[in-house]
Design a binder for this molecule. Sequence first.
Ligand code: HEM
Length: 115
Amino acid sequence: MEILYDVLVVTHLLGMATLVSGVVTRVVAPSAPSGMILLSGAGAQALTGVALTGIASAGLVDTEVDNTKIAVKLVVAVAVLVLAHVVWRRPSAGRGIVGSLAGLTLANVLIAVFW
Ligand code: HEM
């Protein structure tokens, strides 16, 4: 199960990279379809995050789960998912939406590393 967990961690990090690349695409090429990139990254984060938590909570790997930290990350990730959906459905969405999405993504990285 360790190998599956590690593969999910790698996928989780690639999901974060996808979110960042969606934000960068949006900034350097505003007319490019960055909504689908953002939605894919946000979806990957939510799915892999829940899978990682499930495996760790079940005691299948030697990793402690902090339920408060995970709950906060999940709430932030759902907000990111909603904002990514808004950008996907409405490509003309303002800078504030993408800025909030970028800020919340950064918040989840900081929570993951420093909490
Ligand atoms: C925008 C959404 C998210 C971002 C940007 C994000 C980012 C990260 C990053 C950068 C790490 C690696 C931290 C480290 O190894 O020190 C990490 C680990 C982790 N994340 Fe997330 N995350 C997100 C959403 C979620 C969600 C929704 C969950 C659970 C419901 C979750 C659960 C976890 C877990 C369990 C780990 C630990 C993996 C390990 O054992 O190293 N994440 N996350």
